[in-house]
Design a protein around this ligand. Sequence first.
Ligand code: GLU
Length: 415
Amino acid sequence: METMNPWEAALEFLDEAAELISLDPGIHAILRKPKRSLEVAVPVKMDSGEITVFSGYRVHHDVTRGPAKGGIRYHPHVSLDETKALAMWMTWKCAVVNIPYGGAKGGVIVDPKQLSTRELERMTRRYASEILPLIGPEKDIPAPDVNTDEQVMAWIMDTYSMNIGYSVPGVVTGKPRSIGGSHGRGGATSRGVMYQVLSALKTRGLGVDEISVSVQGFGKVGSGAARMLHDEGCRIQAVSDVMGGIYNERGLDPEAVEVHKREAGTVAGFAGGDPITNEELMELEVDVLVPAALEGVINESNADQINARIIVEGANGPTTPKADRMLNERDVFIVPDILANAGGVTVSYFEWVQDIQAYFWTGDEVNQKLRQIMEGSFLDVFGLSQTKGWTMRQAATALAVERVAEAQRVRGLYP
Ligand code: GLU
C-alpha cells in the first residue's frame, strides 16, 4: 500500500487552497510551518522495575485565532510529521466551524495495549509534565484522540493542577463530568459525523431510509456514528476494525456489534454478519462510506475501486491528495475531515466555555448547539463549493485558510 507522509499531504491540501484564494505568499509561507514543535523524552518506570523511555510530541501549528487546541494520540506510528499534519488540520478544523482556537496536536509513540493501567498513568503524567510549559486553558488545551480517553484527560488535568497548586478544569477537554467535563462530549465526533451525513444526503436528494452505509474503523468515532446513523434509519451494511470486518446486506445492528466487540475485542466473528476484509469493505457498493480510523486508508492503490457515492471522513487525513483527485474525477461527494469530524472539537469548545464560566449546560443544550454549528458550517462550505465550482475539501480548506489569513492580516506581523 502506498504510504503517504501525512505532513506532505497536509501541505499539498494547503497549497491547493492557497492557490484557489490567491493567498498572500508571505502568509502562505507562515502557514506552511508549525509555530512550534516540542519533542520530549518520557521515561517511565515499568511494573517490572525497568525504565522505558518513550518519545512524545506536542505541536502548535497556528494560534492566531486563539489558544492552540487538539488531541493527544497514543500509537506506535506516531511521528513528528504526523503530529505536525494533525496540528495543521486542527487549525483548519477550528476555523471552518468558526470556533476561536488555533491548531495543536500531541502524541506518544507507544502501543498502550501493551501497558498496564498503572504504567499508562505514569506515562501520561510524565508526558503531561514534559509538555507542561506549553499547555494551559489560555494557551493550549489537549483532548482525547486515538487510544486516549476520559481517564487519560483526568490524569493530565490532575498533573497540571498539582503543579500549578489549584484545580484547573479548563486545561483539557473530553474529561469526566465529575471534574468539569461536558454532557455530550463522548459521542460528539460521531454525532457531528451523523449530521454531516444527513446534510450530504439532503444535497443529493436522498432519504435516510433508502441508504446503505459502511464504516471503516469501529472505534470511538466509527461505532458511535454507526449507532446514530442506524437510529436515524440508515442501513449499516458493513463495519470493520484492525482485526477484520463484517457484512450484512440487510443491515447490521450496531449495538449488538458493540456488545460482541466488548466481549471478543473485535467486530470480527459477529454472528449477525459475514466476514469481510478491510480492503473489501472499502470497495463495497454503498451510498455512504465513513472512514473512521487512521490516515491514508484511501490512496491511489484503492481509490479507483471505491464504489461509494458519498464519503464522510470521520478520521483525520484518511484520503491522500492523489486519491482525492481520482475520486473527484469520478464525482464522489467527499465531506472532508476538517468539516466532517469537527463535532468533537466543537463540543470541546463548549466544555472549555463551561469550565471557564463554571456554569454547566444540559445535554440537550449541547446537542442543539452542536447541530446548529455542524449544519451551518456544512451550508457555508457547500455554498462556497457551489459558487466557486470547488470540491467540498477545496471549499472547506479555502474557507478555513482565509479565516486564519484574515486574522493574521489584522493582527499584523510582530515586531
Ligand atoms: N482529537 C479530536 C480531533 O481530532 C478532538 C480534538 C479536540 O477536541 O480538541 O478533532
